[in-house]
Design a protein around this ligand. Sequence first.
Ligand code: TRP
Length: 854
Amino acid sequence: MTPLLLWPLFQFLAALNQSPNPQCSLKGNFRPGFLANGDFIIGGLFPLHYNMEMPDLNCTYKPGPVRCNGFDPRAFRWALTLRLAVDQINQREDLLPNHTLGYKIFDSCAYPLTGQRAALAVLNGPAEVNSPMCSGSSPLLAIVGESGSAQSIVVSRILRPFRIPMISYFSSCSCLSNRREFPTFFRVIPSDDYQVKAIAQLLLRLNWTWVGVVRGDHEYGRFALQGLLRELEGTGICVAYQEMIPLLYNRQKALEIIHVMNSSSARVVVVFSAEGELTPFLRDYMEQNVTGIQWIASEAWVTASVFTGSEYYPFLGGTIGFGIRQGQIPGLRDYLMTVNPVTYPSNPLVKKLWETLYDCSPSSSSSRNSILPPCTGQETLNKQHSAYINTSSPRISYNVYKGVYAIAHSLHNLISCRPGRGPFSNFSCADVRNIYPWQLQHYLQEVSFTISGEMMEFDMNGDSIPSYDLINWQRGSAGNVEFVNVGLFDGAQDPGKELVIQEKGIVWAGHQGEVLVSVCSESCVPGFRRAVRRGQPLCCFDCVPCDSGKISNRTDSVDCMPCPEDYWSNAAGTRCIPKAVDFLTHDAMGIALTVIAVVGACLTVAVLVVFLYHRNTPVVRINNSELSFFILFALALCFLCALVFIGEPTSWSCMLRHTAFSITFSLCISCILGKTLVVLAAFTATQPGNNVMKWLGPKQQRVIIFSCTMVQVMICAAWLITSPPFPSRNTQYQRSKIILECTVGSDVAFWCVLGYIGLLAGVCFILAFQARNLPGNFNEAKYITFSMLIFCAVWLAFVPAYVSSPGKFTTAVEIFAILASSFGLLLCLFAPKCYIILLKPEKNTRQHLMGKEK
Ligand code: TRP
């Protein structure tokens, strides 16, 4: 298809090459919409129809002409604005004096293909004879056009070889800012780079984080979508869907898109498209009766008068978007009023305008192929025809106006060039009678002027200063749509200050009082964090509570922050609070243990009292009563030293704990050991020739007890000197609490101390075991064996319990072991004796005890 489309261009270039004897022949006839002669001709390309019908392109015969359908009064107004501007300039004394501007206006039909045809037509003359291209000089100096970016791209590529500058009034595609690709392209509309920035800021400002995008199938839509996605990166706004309205409208596809829009949870839709494809799309949309969608219109349709009808309001009311800034065009309204079939009897465009505006056919000659009734001639333009006559806020018309003035001012500057001071080689100026378009391009690039109080110039890429009006579709008096200005975006401002919204003045979609919510997931309250759903955009997430020890104090936090040391999260996970300090204190467990210890100590004292009271009875006196008193004393201490373990650990209490406990226990076991030895000795002594008893008099016993205890004292002293136990904060075990405990300082010492007690107990047990079967009714060795058995069992059980029990329970276990073993000793050693003393005094005789009395 492409070679066929480019055929006219080849012809045209071929014609250029045959310069000595030009033989130009036009391959088709394409009449301009308007034509005026002048010293300098500018071209104008306008989409006077918004639709076209493709001819049959089967390449077997010459295709018929492309037919344009749907006359667009709005574009017609743009074209008339060009004429008005040229007329005004021609009348001015100060701008281009003694020269006149002319124009050639062609219909581009709003499609690239037809745009290309129009571009070629504007370069050619209307007939072969006056085709100036053939004679070498340039047919025109500049072109005002085109409307859509896709068309502008095509036109710009055609103009490029001739270096004819073009000024577009509506092509905003950011792709056109590329000077390498489009060296002769200028525009009086901001690049979409700014528009997408503005839309992104608008979405952010209104908290719409979940939006859909619909676009047309053209460069404008493609680049705008790309730009928007780029702008939305990292802002937390996600695009729920991207849909494309096909270039050749297709109802099936449109219904699919509408279904996607309706079923998505994104209620906000950004649409980069123009009336051409949007009109049928919206018709289908309204047919489906979909509501509740907030439209964000791109500049291409946000002020499109096609959609001002009252039938659109229920569906499109509340639409918001950025529109091109408006300006003042003096005399435009009056000028438009002068256009009617009487003043332009032969102009087909004026005829079409009348047909479109009044649904009547103005000239009788053409009535044979028209089905419309003839016009009365009394038709007057009124408000209904706002698409054509609404000049209160010209936006695109104003762009056209600016474009023409930019060319005029550049030409003026070119003409005012002083010889010898020109910008071209050797400081030459352009030859006014034979201006080359590239010379005008130079002046266009430099031009700077004020128009309607606004400064106008082009930057290096041919772009102009970006600024937009924020436009909201509100209900007019007749139920129609009215475009109300509710803010602006000024790209010249500092970042962050560009967008100004008067939110109070905005009517939202569905006529709600407040901004509609369009989010994929509700935001997460403090104490929760976002967890992105797999395979879904970032905006769709679940809220999961922070782990304990971590908090989030903002809504929508992505992460939970860990609390600093010594702090822990509160139950809600919103704040860090100081960790609870925990140690074995006078809580339930502490009190219970204290009571048990005190009871134990009291019991011991009671036994002591009983023994003292009955100190002269045989049961007490048997086997050295002094040792019994020692044992009871040591036991009392054992009970009491359990108390040191309760309460907040301090460096003193930590040092005291283990030493006191180990020494009292050593003392106790030593005494028992002493007693065991006495028992053993007493019975072996009865065997002849054995005088062990001599070696085990009371003095020796004391020495044994003392030295056995001393060993423990030494160990403890060494421990305290080298690495004493100290209080510490355990944050590891229960991370939400600080457990205050005593660190033993040296594990070796700790286990030595325990080991030593174990050793004493072990020896004691073995010896007592030897003596367990000795005769006598009251065999203490049996009880000692028992007691040691219990003692060892308790402490053997203690070891694993101690190692594995956490935090303050370590201490509790230790206390428990102390108390249990103490009770074990107390009961085993003294309960039988007490029983005899208190309840069976008759057995408290020497005979009975020696087993001599049966
Ligand atoms: N700014 C749009 C563009 O650059 C405006 C436009 C005009 C348009 N006519 C169009 C967009 C036709 C799509 C189709 O293209």
